[in-house]
Structures are given as C-alpha cells and as structure tokens.
Design a protein around this ligand. Structure first.
Ligand SMILES: Cc1cc2nc3c(=O)[nH]c(=O)nc-3n(C[C@H](O)[C@H](O)[C@H](O)COP(=O)(O)OP(=O)(O)OC[C@H]3O[C@@H](n4cnc5c(N)ncnc54)[C@H](O)[C@@H]3O)c2cc1C
Length: 307
C-alpha cells in the first residue's frame, strides 16, 4: 500500500447509471465506497431518454442528479466529481487508483463502470445531431419518430440488421455509404421489409425545418424525421487494459470480458454497463451495475468462490 493513499473497500470508477447502481448496493451493504466520476455519461447530449421503467421520457441530467442526491445521503460513500481516474494498478493487498488531481486511492476491489465513447463517422454536420436527430437504439428513440421517414446511415455490415428492424418504426432508407454491401439474400430480406437503398455517398447532414436533411454526392437532398447509425466505439478509459483485464471485440468495438458476477479476468476487478457488454441501454447498465456491486461485495466475504 502507498503511505498516503486513502483506503476504501471498493472504488467505483464511473458515476453514471451502471456505476451508481453498483455503488448503491455497496453503500447499502455498509461498505466504504468511493465513486470517481468524470461526468461524461454517454447520453449527456440527449434531452430525454426512454425505455427505463418509471423514468420513461426523463431528462438524463435529472435522472442522474436525483440518483446522485440519494447516494450522497449514505455517510459511507464519498463522491469525487469531475475527477478522472488516470491509472489503475494491482498491489498485493488491493488496488491503487491515481487521479488527474495527483491523488491516490486504495481499495480491496474495483468496479469499472467507465462506459464507452461513440466514434461517429466522418460526415460533415453529424456531431451536432447525435442524440437529437440521430440515434443508435430504436427501442430507446424509435417510437418518437411517429412511423415517419427514417434514415439508416451505413457504418458497416451490421447496419443491415438495423435497417431490417427499423421498418417496425417507420419507412426506412438505408444509405450504404460505400461501406454496406448486402449479399443477395440480405437484399431480398431488405426488399421484403420495404427498405429502400441509396448507394450515393453522404456529403453532409443538417437540420432544415425540423427535418433531418441528408445531402448525397449527387447533390440530392433527402429528408427524414430522424435517423439511426451504429457508430464504432471505444472504451472510455484504458484502466481495464492497464490492469490486464481481458478485452473482447464485438462488431462495433471492444468490451471488458466478465463472468456472471461481473468479475473481469483479473480477480477483484469488476466491470459493468456499456463498457462490459455488447448491448447498451440504461436498463441493462443498471442491471449490470447491481450485479457488479453485489458481486464485489460478496467477493469480500466469500473469497474462495471468487478466487
Ligand atoms: C445518443 C444516445 C441516446 C441514448 N438514448 C438512450 C435512451 O433513450 N434510453 C436508454 O436506455 N439508453 C439510451 N442510450 C444508452 C445509454 O446512454 C447508455 O447505455 C448508458 O449511458 C450506459 O451507462 P454506463 O453507466 O455504462 O456508462 P455512461 O453513462 O457512459 O457513464 C460512464 C461514466 O464513467 C465516467 N468515466 C469514464 N472513464 C472514467 C475515468 N477514467 N475516471 C472517471 N470517470 C470516468 C464517464 O465520465 C461517465 O460519467 C443512449 C445513448 C446514446 C449515445
């Protein structure tokens, strides 16, 4: 242990949906918990989030702030706001986290709830529209498109699956964008689902009269109520790699491999939420967070089972 590090039972890195849920289980188990959070939850740009029971249509800011206020009532929980955990290291008797404030914290267990970063394709105008007119999850944001015209921005082969699902939410055009190449059976399936395909490259995306406007290289403008894409992703922080956790690779990006208790391949390190799954939503992040929090707690007691 380093001499002036502050000691906790568990450090949770990431204070969003997954991390707060993990911390709540641990605080209620009367363990000493530290949350370190940089405050950059993945959906921070959206006005409303949908599909979480009891919070359908809530603003993510309100959702997170309410949850945080509830957590802060536990005297055994400490929250470091707008702080980045820069370095994680395994020691003989636990783990050390060093932050961007030049401080170190020690714990017996770590929960990584760090989330992922969306790497949007290089198309003019796309960044400002992410979470406002462009989304990744139809279950989260499809209903509000009112069965109107929907664009799918091709980012790779997996865009075909997205285009095949979306006719349940509206009339779909798939922009292949020179990176989506359906085979004959996929083409037949797309056709049967009523999906139109546009093979022109997208030049620019913008909003005009409250509609998503897509300009293709043939200078045609296509208008939609909204659009979907599956961006490639990356882990929001290199902590898992620093610790030697095994990382898997899904069609869209890396994720931290865990077992059913959400323990990673490094004993004592748990991971949850978008960073440790191949599917993403608040409901899943919360469920994952509960598993990780309970797993981390029980691993402090039933050491032989978790070893
Ligand atoms: C545009 C968009 C719209 C969405 N809409 C919905 C919706 O309507 N409904 C729904 O259910 N889901 C929606 N989602 C998905 C949802 O946002 C994610 O599934 C959810 O945020 C995952 O929660 P998480 O806690 O795993 O990660 P995040 O919410 O991304 O939180 C991770 C936290 O960890 C922090 N962090 C990372 N690294 C460090 C570090 N080294 N040190 C300190 N802190 C760190 C980050 O700053 C952040 O606060 C949407 C996503 C996007 C992109």
């Amino acid at each position: 242990m380093i001499p002036d590090a502050q000691c906790y039972d568990v450090i949770v890195v990431g204070g969003s949906f997954a991390g707060m849920t993990a911390a709540l289980q641990l605080a209620r188990a009367r363990r000493k918990v530290l949350i370190i959070d940089a405050g950059l939850n993945r959906n921070r740009m959206v006005r409303r989030s949908y599909g979480f029971l009891g919070q359908d249509g809530s603003s993510p800011d309100d959702f997170i702030n309410n949850a945080r206020q509830q957590l802060l009532k536990y005297p055994n929980l400490v929250w470091l706001d707008n702080v980045i955990a820069l370095k994680a290291e395994k020691q003989d008797d636990g783990f050390i986290i060093a932050t961007n404030e030049d401080k170190s914290y020690q714990a017996q267990r770590l929960v990584l709830a760090i989330g992922i970063i969306d790497k949007l394709p290089d198309i003019a105008g796309i960044d400002e529209l992410w979470g406002k007119y462009l989304f990744h999850c139809p279950y989260c944001d499809g209903y509000e498109l009112n069965e109107e015209d929907i664009a799918v921005i091709g980012t790779g082969h997996e865009s075909i699956g997205k285009a095949l699902m979306l006719p349940d939410w509206g009339k779909v055009t798939l922009f292949s964008n020179k990176v989506v190449h359906p085979d004959p059976s996929e083409l037949k399936h797309l056709q049967a689902r009523g999906v139109s395909i546009n093979d022109e490259l997208i030049e620019q995306i913008y909003v005009e009269h409250n509609r998503l406007a897509i300009r293709t290289t043939d200078q045609q403008i296509h208008r939609f109520k909204g659009g979907f894409l599956l961006p490639k992703t990356q882990l929001a922080s290199p902590l898992a790699q620093q610790l030697g956790c095994e990382i898997g690779e899904s069609a869209i990006g890396p994720f931290i491999i865990t077992d059913e208790s959400k323990q990673t391949t490094v004993k004592g390190v748990f991971a949850c939420g978008d960073a440790a799954r191949t599917t993403a939503s608040i409901s899943w992040a919360v469920g994952d967070g509960a598993s990780a929090g309970i797993g981390a707690h029980q691993s402090l007691i039933f050491k032989d089972i978790f070893d």
